[in-house]
Design a protein around this ligand. Structure first.
Ligand SMILES: [Zn+2]
Length: 333
């Protein structure tokens, strides 16, 4: 167990984290965008200004820590994250770890052994990233609709790095599936279940799936709040209340998977019409939506369903702090 969490500005006392959004992004790119000359223009200073402003808005809701589990090959730029953290005076945790096969896993890495990939992860956790002394505070694992051989190798590498360093694992799942398979890989690698959060589990509408995840002893990510095109937030709220009622409040992680800037939107697996629609929303200034949406739109839905302010604070403050401390849940319930 540890009493500090590694942020891009160095270690911070767990008790100083405040409320935490466990899965948000600042800057994300779809690999290959760099070959599209029209996307090359990027005003770094303007981005830092804009992102810091959006992050600062979270402070009035008690958020002190923002976790950006940007995969390495999706444009993770720790210098940029550091500058936003400084400007906003917000603790930001970055991660090591590659994404899933459909979007990433560069050839140079996919052909190496799990041990070699793990060595890279361990270096990013213990020494620093991209030649800086900014260290990763967690490990990202991602899988697609079915876990591929390469994805399994990268997840195995993550277990080696987790056991060696103790930092927790934050995952991405597609379409609300493969959480149990991720849990199998983690358990097989000797990772303590309470050091993992199975992300995007709210992408599955079935409460039986959620029950299966929490019964195994990991955290469960209801971390795509606002993704109405996957499922309406009303369903997310209903399912979250079911988990609380079943006694699993200690395991719930709430976040939105929002971002401030996404480069390479055309690379998303969507129809031309859908892409055009998103581009229009960006031009109109309504997309991406603010990080504060969770507080202004979603928490009122939980309260309507009888969730207390105390429960909400438990989910947003106590759970992430316990997760990063490595303490098993139940111990301080
Ligand atoms: Zn994400």
């Amino acid at each position: 167990m540890t009493d500090t969490v590694e942020t891009v500005r160095g270690p911070v006392k767990i008790t100083d984290m405040g409320r935490t959004l466990i899965h948000e992004h600042l800057y994300v790119t779809i690999p290959g965008w760099e070959f599209e000359p029209e996307l090359a223009e990027f005003d770094r200073d303007a981005f830092i200004e804009e992102a810091a402003g959006k992050v600062v808005d979270l402070e009035e809701f008690g958020v002190g820590t923002f976790v950006d589990p940007c995969p390495i090959e999706l444009g993770r730029d720790v210098g940029l994250i550091y500058e936003v953290s400084e400007k906003a005076d917000m603790h930001i945790v970055c991660t090591t770890g590659f994404y899933f096969e459909e979007f990433g896993l560069p050839a140079y890495w996919r052909h190496q052994d799990a041990e070699d990939i793990a060595a890279h992860y361990i270096k990013e956790i213990t020494q620093g990233i991209d030649g800086t002394n900014i260290r990763a505070g967690a490990i990202k694992v991602a899988t697609g609709e079915e876990i591929t051989g390469y994805e399994r190798k990268f997840a195995t590498a993550a277990t080696i790095a987790q056991v060696e360093t103790g930092v927790p694992i934050i995952t991405h799942t597609e379409k609300g599936c493969c959480g149990p398979d991720q849990q199998d890989i983690f358990a097989g690698g000797g990772v303590d279940m309470h050091k993992c959060v199975i992300g995007h589990s709210c992408g599955n509408p079935d409460p039986a799936y959620h029950k299966k995840i929490v019964d195994r002893g990991t955290y469960i990510g209801f971390d795509r709040v606002g993704y109405e095109m996957i499922h309406p937030d009303s369903l997310r709220a209903d399912n979250l209340v079911k988990l609380i009622d079943a006694g699993h409040i200690d395991q719930i992680m709430l976040s939105q998977d929002k971002f401030c800037h996404l480069k390479g939107i055309k690379g998303l697996p969507m129809t031309r019409e859908e892409i055009t629609e998103i581009e229009k929303l960006i031009d109109d200034g309504v997309f991406p939506a603010p990080y504060t949406d969770i507080f202004t739109n979603f928490l009122p839905m939980l309260k309507e369903r009888g969730v207390s302010d105390e429960d909400i604070d438990h989910i947003l403050r106590v759970n992430p702090q316990r997760f990063f401390s490595g303490e098993p849940f139940g111990a301080n319930a």
